[in-house]
Design a protein. Structure first.
Lengths: 69, 258
């Protein structure tokens, strides 16, 4: 059986089936270009997305670039 | 016309612009192309997980335009440093337009938080471009902590009031050892031309282009104004005088008829 855990992604609860930050982005079907990920207030560099493990109740924040002056 | 160097990067256009307030991504690109701008600002926000947003990144990158993420939305130095770190990851650039304005009504930049954030970001290896009030003392302090340019305001963001801060911009331009980029409030091409004539190194214009009835044509007008202003500055403007000074020689015209 899969180990389903609950994460808080941008403050909303989310059932997560994978293990790493990269798995989460795949599950959400988000592009990896132009986005940044943080756990609590710490930025997770792209180079370690595939090796950074996510655990139950973690606060994950995903940011994207948008238009602005 | 001379080019502009910031942190070892050469710009042939002295008109920087933003990506905000356009009706569509196509309108934005048409406008940026018409402006000739080589540096455009972007913001960073928490992603909306339920909806796909417009991809404005791809067309900008395809046109080889350098991206300048801003820290808009940050209310403190700590938040701004975090925003800059996120932007560095998202857009793969260590350039950042540092803006901290806690009050949404007037969007006045917080000088104290901005100086603290600038110092920290420089230490972390960022090329820091701080948006500040037209405060000559603050601009000097930002230069001293290692900012690669300063971006004093002409008037409040989006107000189209032009160079309300002109006497203070003159002092900043006269004192600064780093490029001075007049940002915010530039409402018409004549405002941009005036800033360049005064010796500002560049201007950043967003609202005036984006909300024009014809954004691409307005952007072209700004391009021409910035070039005219810079050419005039480099050519050496004449001094202002109280009294008239004839452009034609005073010859004895009437007398010569007799």
């Amino acid at each position: 059986m899969s180990n389903e855990i609950t994460l808080y992604v941008n403050d909303s609860p989310l059932s997560f089936l994978g293990k790493t930050v990269m798995d989460l982005l795949h599950q959400l079907d988000k592009p990896s270009q132009g986005i940044a990920v943080a756990i609590d207030q710490t930025v997770v560099p792209k180079s370690v997305w595939a090796t950074t493990m996510l655990e139950s109740d973690m606060n994950v924040f995903i940011f994207e670039s948008i238009a602005g002056g | 016309m001379s080019s502009l160097m910031i942190a070892g990067h050469e710009f042939s256009s002295r008109l920087f612009t933003g990506t905000g307030k356009y009706a569509s991504a196509d309108a934005m690109m048409a406008s940026i192309n018409a402006s000739g701008s080589e540096l455009v600002t972007l913001s960073l926000r928490r992603m909306d997980l339920k909806h796909q947003s417009d991809n404005i990144l791809q067309p900008l990158q395809q046109h080889g335009i350098k991206l300048l993420p801003n820290t808009s939305g940050a209310r403190t130095a700590k938040e701004a440093v975090f925003a800059a770190q996120l932007a560095r990851e998202a857009l793969e650039t260590n350039w950042v337009k540092l803006e901290i304005h806690p009050d949404p009504r007037y969007l006045m930049p917080d000088a104290i938080e901005t100086l603290a954030a600038a110092e920290e970001l420089v230490k972390q290896g960022f090329v820091v471009m701080p948006y500040v009030h037209a405060d000559p003392v603050l601009c000097k302090r930002l230069e001293e902590v290692g900012c690669q340019c300063v971006m004093p305001l002409g008037s409040p963001i989006g107000s189209n009031m032009g160079l309300a801060s002109k006497p203070f911009l003159d002092i900043i331009i006269e004192q600064s050892q780093v490029p001075v980029i007049v940002d915010a409030g530039i409402g018409a091409p004549s405002d941009a031309a005036l800033a360049l004539e005064m010796g500002a190194d560049a201007v950043l214009v967003n609202t005036a282009m984006a909300v024009a009835q014809n954004p691409a044509q307005m952007s072209l007008a700004f391009k021409m104004a910035v070039e005219a202003g810079r050419l005039a500055y480099e050519s050496g403007l004449g001094e202002k005088r109280q009294q008239a000074q004839a452009s034609s020689p005073f010859t004895d015209f009437v007398g010569s008829l007799s």
